[in-house]
Design a protein. Sequence first.
Length: 197
Amino acid sequence: MRVTDLREGRRSVAIALAHAVVEQTSPRTQDSLLPLVLVLESETAASDFMRSYLTSEGYEVVTVETVAEARSVLEQRTPSLLIAEIEGEGMPGYSLCSHCKETPRLKPIPIMLMTSSAYPSDYAKAHSMGAVVCMAKPFKRERLGHVVNFLLRPLTPVRPRRPVRQILRAFPAKQSKTPRLSPRAALACRRFSAASC
């Protein structure tokens, strides 16, 4: 669960369902009108798959193979979403996640980590480091698309709730059509219901 402070003392709450924790933020890139997705993936086939699929979904995608390349991109641009694999030399996803969360400019970026081992400890560590989602590989492209679209969906303003008293005043209470029982009839009903039990 993640709580974010909004204006006027309100809060936004993101809750984990299945293995996805959702937080809605969408920082835009300065160079393009399309949201930039930075993907750190060492496997060429997986990297090509994510690039082609996310590009067809309307995102600008930059794929890199190492943490050094990812940091180089992060020095020049601020992505709307960072997707990184956990496994690899030096645990690249964790390394990049901690770098982003320690850098004030990069801290609001939602981070999605991917794991091929899918141990519960992978999910726990990813969320404790500040990753919004940790997904097990392999995954279907539709699932990837749903998660990315949800993470990059713009925040919708929350309508203030009306107090219950105002709602009740708007709908006056109707008179009850049920007849009122006399005290003697009410006593008889109570005796009958007690005797039938």
